[in-house]
Design a binder for this molecule. Structure first.
Ligand code: URA
Length: 288
């Protein structure tokens, strides 16, 4: 293979730099100079005047004619309904759709067709679940990363390998546990999902929990814990705590613990996670 020219090498270095910085998803075909746009006059004032012969369409007026509907901001980019739906509207639409699902397969299909969460347009795959839906324990993480997005299953990368080891230490594996995420699409560049994205996806994960009907839900990290318990506390405060979680016909237990990604960054905290996993084992054995 010929060696790259200087210009190509510069381009590769430039792309490498962006991938390192987390910008690994292409969102548009053209780059945008957002700083330049901010300095430029507003587009409406820049638009060239139409020649008189093309002026059949009513001329733009700054004052709308009486009785016309109130102006609404045009969406900057169009991602299905995602760009136009308000977060509240999208969340109530999500709730209505999630309720329709009578099985996990139906829920996955409904979610695959749901286009009011913009993350689905940048993700490669829907990451719905892995493991055994008949399991008594359900683990919930935050959102898929690059490996999960590529493979289409949760906890496939380094965090997943650590989760597998932690489960194994208490006699669990993916045939005796069910695993999902609060948000089923990868946020671009592995950023945290926004509160709006979490709110729009939440009815689906709530329905997923109802359909799995586990005895114990284990929330891995603060986002999953906060989303399902409403607690605003940090995970070092909530970990090890059992919260009640209401299912339609019964109340089950929710255990908060540390996320494997956090443990990879701070291995010294594994001793706390080990305590939580032992508590999980006791719960499953009916000893707690
Ligand atoms: N982190 C998560 O929270 N979920 C995954 O699926 C992978 C990493």
């Amino acid at each position: 293979m010929p060696s790259p020219s200087d210009a190509q090498a510069d381009l590769i270095a430039y792309l490498d730099f962006h991938v390192e910085a987390g910008a690994d998803a292409v969102l548009d075909e053209r780059p945008h100079d957002r700083f330049g746009e901010a300095d430029a006059p507003a587009p409406a004032l820049r638009a060239p005047r139409r020649p008189a012969v093309q002026a059949e369409a009513p001329a733009r007026t700054l004052v709308p004619p009486p009785g016309s509907p109130p102006p609404s901001a045009a969406p900057a980019r169009t991602f299905g309904r995602a760009a136009s739906a308000q977060p509240d509207e999208a969340a109530s639409d999500a709730r209505a759709r999630a309720r329709q699902a009578k099985t996990l397969d139906e829920l996955e299909r409904i979610l695959a067709d749901f286009d009011a969460c913009p993350l689905r347009f940048t993700a490669k795959n829907l990451v719905f679940a892995d493991g055994n839906p008949a399991a008594r324990v359900m683990f919930l993480g935050e959102a898929p990363g690059a490996d999960e997005d590529r493979i289409g299953k949760p906890f496939m990368g380094r965090s997943g390998q650590l989760l597998d080891k932690m489960m194994k230490a208490v006699g669990l594996d993916r045939s005796s546990a069910y695993i999902g995420n609060i948000v089923p699409w990868r946020p671009p560049g592995n950023r945290n999902p926004t509160p709006q994205e979490v709110a729009v996806c939440r009815p689906f994960v709530e329905r997923q929990i109802e359909l799995v009907d586990p005895d114990i839900i284990v929330c891995l990290g603060a986002p999953a814990t906060q989303t399902l318990t409403g607690s605003k506390d940090g995970i070092l405060r909530t970990r090890g705590r059992l919260f009640p979680y209401r299912l339609p016909h019964r109340e089950v237990k929710l255990l908060a613990t540390l996320h494997p990604a956090f443990l990879l960054r701070q291995p010294v905290q594994k001793r706390l996670a080990w305590r939580d996993f032992r508590a999980l084992r006791s719960l499953l054995d009916g000893k707690a």
